[in-house]
Design a protein around this ligand. Structure first.
Ligand SMILES: Cc1cc2nc3c(=O)[nH]c(=O)nc-3n(C[C@H](O)[C@H](O)[C@H](O)COP(=O)(O)OP(=O)(O)OC[C@H]3O[C@@H](n4cnc5c(N)ncnc54)[C@H](O)[C@@H]3O)c2cc1C
Length: 289
């Protein structure tokens, strides 16, 4: 299908982009990699009057490292982030997450900011952002503000970004000693996942000291498993303790049945994926069920 008629503009600076977005009289939409937006327009799920292509805005691209953070420009292609030494070293969970995003061709066009702004409940990057306690920077006419991942995702495909704001940066805290792993279940390689799980865990003297577990595909928004994280701190990286923690993950979930899977299936898969991720991250021998 072809999209409905629209006007197209390609600003070259962030200031120009912000001014275009600030015009509330025009129903505009940002085009980044187009990997989600163009299909939505083709299926007539989105009918913007004006498409603002951010591909020419250099300020939105690039990756830099500060003392405690890896900062990824929102317009950075997913494949560029995957091969960045700063991301490999400072935020390896993002690399694990990106490996699971669609196919190479999708990642060559899709942007890091586009995937987060799109807020698909089964997308990998929002889950990794939440597991890392990351944040994004939004910019509008009145300036910039930082939005933590915990306050960004409101419901499926909806974020707390204001209509006039542009997502400019993705900030990822560097967790030097953390062990990380990422897993998901899909029907076919490259499909959107049924369930996504990300784990980040720090171990000191045989005990977990900092644990983050995040899931996708089990509710309308990426989900942190706080009760399981707290329980994890009661022990260390042994197969038995990891299994107990993974069971707690399932207890706290109530996913809906849908066309792709039952809620009960997603609950069970979430527990299995979390257990596998812990086992991989902590390099322990799994218990045989
Ligand atoms: C066949 C196929 C398979 C795929 N598989 C997966 C998968 O397994 N996992 C996955 O996560 N994704 C998958 N995707 C989606 C892909 O990752 C997209 O790249 C991503 O969802 C959106 O990024 P984009 O840069 O293409 O954004 P676009 O499609 O251009 O934009 C998406 C939305 O975000 C908004 N937006 C984009 N950038 C900004 C910004 N800087 N500020 C504010 N709003 C912005 C747009 O206005 C639009 O509403 C798949 C896509 C296809 C076509």
């Amino acid at each position: 299908m072809k999209p409905p008629r629209f006007r197209y503009v390609r600003p070259e600076t962030l200031d120009e982009l912000i001014e275009l977005r600030a015009n509330e009289e025009v129903d505009s939409v940002i085009l980044a990699g187009g990997q989600s937006l163009i299909p939505m327009m083709n299926f007539r799920l989105a009918r913007p009057e004006l498409v603002i292509d951010i591909g020419g805005v250099e300020e939105l691209r690039g990756i830099r490292r500060t003392e405690g953070q890896v900062i990824i420009g929102a317009g950075t292609r997913q494949s560029v982030a995957m091969s960045s030494p700063d991301v490999v070293d400072g935020a390896p969970l993002i690399i694990e997450a990106l490996r699971h995003v669609g196919h190479v061709a999708i990642r060559n066009r899709g942007t890091v900011g586009g995937s987060i702004a799109h807020a698909d409940p089964a997308a990998e990057l929002p889950v990794a952002l939440l597991a890392l306690d990351g944040s994004v920077v939004a910019q509008g006419r009145s300036g910039r503000r930082t939005i933590p991942a915990t306050e960004l995702f409101e419901t499926a495909f909806m974020t707390s970004l204001r209509p006039s704001e542009v997502l400019v940066e993705v900030n990822l805290p560097v967790r030097r000693a953390a062990r990380v792993a990422f897993g998901e279940i899909t029907r076919r390689q490259g499909d959107f996942a049924l369930v996504v799980a990300a784990v980040s865990a720090t171990v000191d003297d045989g005990r977990f000291t900092d644990v983050r577990i995040a899931l996708g595909g089990v509710s309308d928004v990426p989900t942190r498993c706080i009760a399981a994280e707290e329980a994890a701190l009661e022990g260390g990286p042994t197969a038995a303790h990891i299994r107990e923690v993974a069971h707690l993950v399932a207890d706290d979930l109530d996913p809906r049945d849908d066309f792709h899977a039952t809620g009960n299936y997603r609950k069970k898969v979430a527990a299995v994926l979390v257990e596998r991720a812990f086992v991989e991250a902590c390099d322990v021998l799994a218990e045989v069920a």
